[in-house]
Design a protein around this ligand. Structure first.
Ligand SMILES: *[C@@H]1O[C@H](CO)[C@@H](O)[C@H](O)[C@H]1NC(C)=O
Ligand SMILES: *[C@@H]1O[C@H](CO)[C@@H](O)[C@H](O)[C@H]1NC(C)=O
Ligand SMILES: *[C@@H]1O[C@H](CO)[C@@H](O)[C@H](O)[C@H]1NC(C)=O
Length: 254
């Protein structure tokens, strides 16, 4: 069965379970046996929306020697044989301005090269404003001090971004229930799989608290574990483009 058919079957099953309460066993069968319905609920939770504006801090765990151990299984640290680095950072988001800033306090998101190479251990900001994503290096790096990352048009994830992802599982993270949503439908997409978790029981101003975001990197996977989620508009100064970013060149990446 192809991945997309499997996914559709899974979504269909989830809908059936929610609306018609058909026998769970049938659906678990269709899902290819990967789904352990004894261990986790097959009922798909309601898709949460990202708050329209927020700030949150995070701790990042980046594995550096293993492409197969997925952060879904880490909660919160990878297994013994997997090497990793720790860091911290902050995310600011305002969908009304299609703006997002990610501040990496210790080392930039490890997607450019092996994090074990000193050259890739620079602090950075990703500033996404005006449909452009700027990579700002705060230490010497393989990039100009400010460069345009990716395609010219680039906006942060929409509050409804989970519509493009699939419910994967529920587990516990830091002692709280977490629902995981994953995109893993295209085996040729080097960015996949990636996943996003929410704490369903933990809400701020009516929005589920984001729990974590994990994604593939050059020599492994990284996960940002979120904390201090606040639903508020970030200070406008956060979106100010540094003067050295005006007419910034392309990063030559993507
Ligand atoms: C992980 O995969 C990348 C790309 O396929 C490869 O270059 C790298 O050597 C792999 N790293 C490990 C630790 O297996
Ligand atoms: C966004 O673009 C507008 C119009 O080009 C410009 O006036 C504004 O300064 C830009 N904002 C930022 C943060 O670069
Ligand atoms: C959850 O996601 C992982 C990583 O993509 C995948 O291997 C696993 O099969 C998924 N499980 C379900 C139930 O979708």
């Amino acid at each position: 069965m192809s991945r997309s058919i499997l996914s559709s079957a899974f979504v269909l099953c989830s809908l059936l379970v929610i609306f018609a309460f058909v026998p769970l066993i049938t659906c678990a069968g269709i899902s290819g046996g990967k789904l352990k319905y004894s261990k986790q609920s097959i009922k798909e939770p309601q898709r949460p929306l990202l708050a329209p504006h927020f700030t949150m801090k995070w701790r990042i765990v980046a594995s550096t020697n293993d492409n197969s151990s997925i952060p879904l299984d880490w909660h919160p640290l990878p297994p013994k044989n997997v090497k990793y680095m720790l860091g911290t950072g902050t995310t600011y988001y305002d969908w009304s301005q299609k703006a997002m800033l990610e501040v990496y306090d210790d080392y930039c998101v490890p997607i450019f090269g092996p994090l074990t190479d000193k050259i890739n251990q620079f602090r950075c900001n990703f500033l996404n404003v005006n449909l452009t994503s700027y990579l700002i290096s705060l230490d010497p790096s393989p990039f100009p001090k400010c460069c345009v990352f990716g395609e010219q048009v680039f906006h942060p994830p929409e509050p409804t971004f989970l519509n493009n992802m699939f419910y994967n599982s529920s587990a516990a993270l830091f002692g709280k229930p977490v629902d995981w949503w994953v995109l893993d439908t295209d085996q040729n997409d080097p960015a996949e799989p990636f996943g996003y978790g929410f704490y369903p029981k933990d809400q701020v101003s009516g929005y589920q608290t984001p729990a974590a975001f994990w994604f593939r990197t050059v020599d492994g996977f990284s996960i940002q574990y979120f904390k201090d989620f606040e639903v508020k508009k970030p200070d406008p100064s956060v979106w100010k483009l540094p003067s050295y970013c005006v007419n910034a060149p392309s990063c030559g990446y993507l």
